[in-house]
Design a protein around this ligand. Structure first.
Ligand code: NAD
Ligand code: UDX
Length: 500
């Protein structure tokens, strides 16, 4: 029986950091170390201002990292990569695997250069038998590539076992997802030593995950299951978004439709919120990867099917922009537009592939003057995403929603932050303690930046007619209309069309 006492996580990003924090908390007898080539990220993990914003993450990191009464610290963040690999019985590789920008498969295939570099580093550094766990999302067959690299570069007598253990956390709910996973997949080689390694990893998870949720399967199935899950989740969003276009044309209501469809227990209610389009670092990348794999396997119909999920998402963003321009008398020139929300979803400061980037760039092309407020995204990040310099004539980052909305002709809601909602059922946002746009989360009282928007006040500040374009169905349309707004919501016919 293989036993794991020390774990090294290579890659201290959105996956590596939170995953390590949960293991360290739930398995205090294990030593868990996170290493990264980015020294600033490691320094941030060692500070009070963590490099990723996730509700309740700081509460997990701090006691495990610094120790507390009655517990020894067992969570370490370090740049001493080789040393930490050497000390570990099990190494997670959770590095970035973005879409390739150039070369063969550019724009579709995954760029595995970081994963390969990390694997080579493990091969060179390890001086004892080590279990190497592929945590990053990868094309199928990558575990075999890792096995080859490890075997070819191993120190004499050192043996590696490679496992696939894809991560299913969603940002904004990462801590909850890690503490209560629907399932943990452990892909292994179907050999005695493969199963022994899988059991050793299962023992780690069994510290807090019920055994029946630990699923062992072969390496290919495990790798493909991750891509399939993301593709099918994104497909639900594109499906509901395609219906939102029909709803807008025939005066049906997308929220009623989603509710009605989701009541079918075979379909279920989750991931059916129509929106301006899905974003995030995973969905588009993983579907394009699936498209590339399908093409490589000479399965063009399969590739075309999944490509449409991404195309409908692009169509949805373009449709939303068109609606804004058409509603505002076909010109945005010199009009002030307030954008509320820039993150790709609520409760994260992450903007990777955010629909807001696409929408704001399109509004810029219409010569609008755009004032952006997001409670969690830093100004430098917004500027970098939009490729503009500070002081740009068209883009201003506001520190409050009211500054953004002052004298605006329209408000465009692009992230479903609870603070923007005027619906009765929504709870207040959890975050607090932020500084410089990054926060540690978890305090009971919302910080001033997260206080609920007073829509009556917004209405008073704006030019008339005061438009709200709700890309997330975040506001109660009827309540805002009573306040005098013209509200255009996803999947609801335009008021102007109905009165024509
Ligand atoms: P990230 O970019 O936030 O973090 C990756 C980290 O790895 C970076 O800090 C980078 O500096 C580090 N790194 C790269 N090469 C390294 C090397 N050779 N040695 C040491 N450190 C190295 O990425 P992420 O969002 O955490 O995603 C990581 C992987 O997990 C990706 O494959 C992604 O598809 C997958 N995934 C992400 C999510 C998510 O919600 N973000 C969810 C599930 C799966
Ligand atoms: C996703 C998967 O959910 C997760 O399992 C995987 O590990 C990583 O990719 P993430 O991208 O962090 O997680 O968030 P998710 O909640 O899935 O949302 C992705 C995008 O879809 C966001 O832009 C979100 O706003 C959008 N979305 C989500 C919708 O438009 N409608 C929905 O009903 C749900």
């Amino acid at each position: 029986k293989r036993e794991v006492k020390s774990i090294c996580c290579i890659g201290g990003g959105y996956v590596g950091g939170p995953s390590a924090a949960v293991i360290a908390n739930k398995a205090p007898h294990l030593l868990v170390t996170v290493v990264d080539i980015d020294a600033r990220r490691i320094a941030a993990w060692n500070s009070d201002l963590l490099p990723v914003y996730e509700p309740n993450l700081f509460e997990l990191v701090q006691p495990a990292r610094d120790g507390s009464s009655g517990r020894e610290p067992n969570l370490v963040f370090s740049t001493d990569i080789d040393q930490k690999i050497r000390e570990a019985d099990l190494v997670f590789i959770g590095v970035n695997t973005p879409t390739k920008k150039t070369g063969l498969g550019a724009g579709k295939a995954s760029d595995l250069s970081w994963l390969e570099a990390a694997t080579r580093r493990v091969a060179r550094a390890a001086t004892k038998d080590t279990i190497v766990v592929e945590k990053s999302t990868v094309p199928c067959g990558t575990a075999n590539m890792m096995r080859e690299i490890l075997a070819a570069n191993a120190q004499p007598g050192v043996k590696f076992e490679v496992l696939s253990n894809p991560e299913f956390l969603a940002e904004g709910t990462a801590v909850r997802n890690l503490l209560h996973p629907d399932r943990i997949l452990i892909g292994c080689l179907e050999t005695e030593s493969g199963y022994a390694a899988a059991n050793a990893l299962a023992d780690v998870y069994a510290n807090w995950v019920p055994r029946e949720r630990l699923i062992t399967l072969n390496l290919w199935s495990s790798e493909l299951a991750k891509l399939a899950a993301n593709a099918m989740l994104a497909q639900r969003i594109s499906s509901i978004n395609s219906f939102s276009a029909i709803c807008e044309a025939v005066d049906a209501n997308i929220q009623d439709l989603a509710y009605a469809v989701g009541l079918d227990t075979r379909i279920g209610p989750k991931m059916l919120n129509a929106s301006v389009g899905f974003g995030g670092s995973c969905f588009k990348k993983d579907i394009l990867n699936l498209v590339y794999i399908s093409e490589s396997l000479h399965l063009p119909e399969v590739a075309a099917y999944w490509r449409m999920v991404v195309e409908v998402n692009e169509y949805q963003m373009a449709r939303f922009v068109k609606r804004i321009v058409n509603s505002m008398y076909s010109t945005l020139s010199n009009k002030k537009i307030a954008v509320l929300g820039f993150a790709y979803k609520k409760d994260t400061g992450d903007t990777r592939e955010s629909a807001a980037i696409t929408v704001v760039k399109s509004l810029m092309a219409e010569n609008a003057s755009i004032h952006i407020f997001d409670p969690q995204v830093r100004e430098e990040q917004i500027m970098a995403d939009l490729q503009v310099e500070r002081g740009d004539k068209q883009i201003t980052v506001s520190s409050s929603p009211y500054d953004a909305c002052q004298d605006a002709h329209a408000v465009v809601i692009l992230t479903e932050w609870d603070m923007f909602s005027n619906k009765a059922s929504k709870t207040l946002a959890p975050p607090a303690n932020e500084a410089g746009g990054m926060a540690n989360g978890g305090a009971a009282k919302p910080s001033p930046k997260h206080e609920k928007v007073d829509w009556a006040r917004v209405g008073e500040l704006m030019e008339k007619p005061a438009y709200v374009f709700d890309g997330r169905n975040t506001v109660d349309k009827a309540v805002l209309e009573d306040l005098g707004f013209r509200v255009e919501a996803i999947g609801v016919a335009s008021s102007s069309r109905l009165t024509m």
